[in-house]
Design a protein around this ligand. Structure first.
Ligand SMILES: Nc1ncnc2c1ncn2[C@@H]1O[C@H](COP(=O)(O)OP(=O)(O)OP(=O)(O)O)[C@@H](O)[C@H]1O
Ligand SMILES: [Mg+2]
Length: 251
């Protein structure tokens, strides 16, 4: 049974169509990496899955909630939003809340827990990403890598059906990337389904159970990492991978 199913998702901004009929599925525990050139609609797709953007058409089912966006009520869209959490490129932590409060918020406001119930669970998630010492600090007191580890703890804490990560390491200095990738590996090892937009090709190859290659608002090719990275069938995929590889070698 698919835990996530996306069918014919379409989204335009003004007269610019950004998503042109995106369809794919993820099974429970899948780690799906999404690759593709800049401006292709990867962020827009993740935001649609979390209902931060409303698609013009298409269907998304996550866990027990299924929404047809042509007809969906606000209530149905809200229910869909609660099925997933996001990890953002720029962390998006609440600046006036401590680290601990940032992780507790989703448990208290999203899950209706008391603060007494939420706190030990939040501390457990912070310990998982080695941030328990920083529980009472504010985001501005942390490095980017530490902020993103908090972002991962915050996304994990409510145990959503799916975690959506949008280029979680691309705003970091190179020496801080490893600690965040380790935190993502830990989250994956819990068996939580994840969709990760990333330019970290080697990491994507190691961690993914499935890879999607997107271009111009469509899924051009999808398959297991072995296939997409070593035997891509589409010329567009081959060109993209060649460019990424050259860039990695230059850097
Ligand atoms: N809120 C918005 N209003 C208008 N246009 C938008 C909006 N959000 C995204 N776009 C446009 O949609 C297109 C796809 O953007 P998106 O951010 O989804 O691409 P992306 O694949 O995530 O790119 P990148 O790899 O650079 O992050 C771009 O042309 C972008 O300018
Ligand atoms: Mg993006």
């Amino acid at each position: 049974m698919a835990i996530l199913s996306v069918e014919e998702l379409e989204k335009s901004f003004g007269d610019r169509q950004v998503l042109r009929g995106i369809s794919f599925r993820a099974e429970e525990g899948d780690v799906v990496s999404v690759l593709g050139p800049s401006g292709t609609g990867k962020t827009t797709m993740l935001r649609c899955l979390n209902a931060l953007e409303r698609p013009d058409a298409g269907r998304v089912a996550i866990g027990s909630v299924s929404v047809d966006f042509r007809h969906a009520s606000k209530k149905e869209v809200r229910a869909l939003r609660r099925q997933s959490t996001m990890v953002f490129q720029n962390f998006n932590l609440f600046r006036n809340h401590t680290v601990l409060e940032n992780v507790m918020d989703g448990l208290v406001y999203g899950k209706g827990m008391t603060r007494a119930e939420a706190e030990p669970l939040a501390m457990e998630e912070l310990a998982r990403v080695h941030m328990e010492q920083a529980a009472h600090l504010y985001p501005a007191e942390l490095s980017g890598g530490m902020q993103q580890r908090v972002g991962i703890a915050r996304a994990l804490a409510p145990r959503p059906e799916v975690i959506l990560l949008d280029e979680p390491t691309s705003a970091l200095d190179p020496e801080l990337v490893g600690e965040v990738l380790d935190a993502i590996r830990k989250a994956a090892s819990l068996g939580i389904t994840m969709i990760i937009v990333t330019h970290e090709m080697r990491f994507a190859e190691q961690i993914s159970t499935k890879v999607l290659f997107m271009a111009e608002g469509r899924v051009v090719e999808e398959g297991p990492p072995q296939q997409i990275f070593h035997h891509p069938e589409q010329e567009k995929t081959r060109q993209f991978l060649r460019r990424m590889l050259e860039r990695e070698q230059e850097g």
